[in-house]
Design a protein. Sequence first.
Length: 370
Amino acid sequence: MSILFYPNIPFVGFHSPLVATMLLTLAVNSSYAKDSQAPTSTIDASSLSEKCYKVFTEDKRAHHHKVILYNRFGITMVGDLYTPANMKKGYKLRALAVAGPYGAVKEQLSGRYAQGMAARGFIALAIDPAFTEESGGEPRNISSPELNTEDFLAAVDYLLNKENVADGKVGIIGICGFGGFALNAAAQDPRIKATVTSTMYDMTRGMANGYFDEGTFSKELKANRQKARAQIAAERTIDYKNGTYAMAGSVLAKVTPDMPQFVKDYSNFYETKLGYHERSYGSTSGATVTSAATFMNMPILSYADEIETPVLMIHGEKALSRYFSEDAFKKLKGDNKELYIVPNAVHTNLYYKMDVIPFDKIETFFDKNL
């Protein structure tokens, strides 16, 4: 079969100009095209320790082991696959891909959520985003909206090819910055049948406008963005010359009384025994300085109104980041969307407080929609 396109001639058989344009971009001609080969894994799963330090207590109701997967960019990724301890051979269960927060590793947070859901009867994959922790990719600790959205899609690819995953029954959970990426993934990929965001932070909005969109429409803010872009662009030149990549730095290890409470909360998690992990760039180096530019220019929630599948958004009542979830929720369409506010909770309470994270609510949501 050969498909040819001519820009100025209507494409017979497709009534939508958009579809025709998309297919034109792909320029398919099967007599010439050859499938691109899947990448060869660059990481040996057997070399990875199953006893890696976790900041959370292990739950005997769930088992886990290391798995290897890869994304569409050819980067090998590592995840902890959690399953119910009482799972019987041959059974097929619903599955969840879990990621976040931005800068965290699976031993800090996504594993906590994945373990909690496995204890409730789900298969749950906690992943290290590409270019971080045990996952592959060089240089280390780079990020971008597309890369981090792809982290979810790669996990979905993997789960849908697992024999013990019920056909088509895959959902995702995105925490903090990865809550925004989860919504972007759900808008992009209809294979994701249900989405949960917890204490969602829109990284692109935050990096472009600052907290609370201070001066969003002011000349000063636009000037600040231009200044930041110039500094990042200059850093690219320096990085290339040096052969190294400057890092942005982690959450402040030392806080002072005059700092905002949310800064103190972040520091209290990432820089203390509560959540510190030596392989987390949220606790150590931060992401590369040049990662910020793409976030400033790529608003990830532009098509949130086109998500047709169910969404549950969870946020703390007293979280300063609450407006991210409330505004994103306003964009969602349909009666299968819900915003759930956890009484008295601040942003980071939903990172680690097991009596605050509404696991029962999450379980009920996925029971209904997967």
